[in-house]
Design a binder for this molecule. Structure first.
Ligand code: HEC
Length: 151
């Protein structure tokens, strides 16, 4: 939780105080940041998936907490895909992220929209509501990875 809290704090401060390009001291930091936020997000997203798929028992409180964390984290990686952060070797981001940036941005917006709906669904407090939206949200992860992330 400490990591998440400081990520959230960093995001809210930087969104207010700095333009996107000036957020990171080094390109490596931007790469680490986006990979870390994606990683932490996927851990919490996976906990929702385990409930949606029946691998663990549904727990309304845990679902609501994890979905809220995922929604916050879903907003963070994008500022770390700025110009000059397409470093070969350290990143799995494909050149298409920068060459086809409008499409990449669109995919990130689609994901944030579906994750916001997932958060609403999780707050409804039923397994059916969670199940109904989990697949839509997961589809937006895969949709972007297929086009913009190396295997
Ligand atoms: C708009 C595009 C996009 C969307 C949407 C997206 N990702 Fe990613 N994701 C990427 C890219 C690009 C990378 C590679 C980043 C890098 O290596 O610099 C990545 C990397 C990752 C990684 C590896 C992180 C690491 O440890 O290096 C995980 C895990 C991940 N994403 C999970 C998710 C999950 C879960 C979702 C949906 C809830 C999601 N992503 C949505 C583009 C996206």
């Amino acid at each position: 939780m400490k990591v998440v809290a400081s990520l959230v704090l960093a995001a809210s401060l930087s969104a207010v105080a700095f333009p996107a390009a000036a957020q990171f001291a080094k390109a490596e930091d931007a790469v680490k940041y986006r990979q870390s936020t994606m990683f932490v997000m996927s851990q919490h997203f996976g906990r929702l998936g385990a409930m949606a798929n029946g691998r663990v028992a549904f727990d309304a409180k845990a679902a609501a907490e994890n979905a809220a964390i995922v929604e916050t984290l879903s907003k963070l990686p994008w500022a770390a895909f700025g110009p000059g952060t397409d470093m070969e070797g350290n990143t799995k981001a494909l050149p298409a992220v920068w060459k086809d940036n409008a499409k990449f941005k669109e995919a990130s917006e689609k994901m944030m929209g579906e994750i916001a709906k997932l958060n609403t669904a999780a707050k409804a407090g039923t397994l059916d509501a969670l199940k109904a939206q989990f697949g839509n949200a997961g589809g937006t992860c895969k949709g972007c990875h297929d086009n913009f992330r190396a295997k």
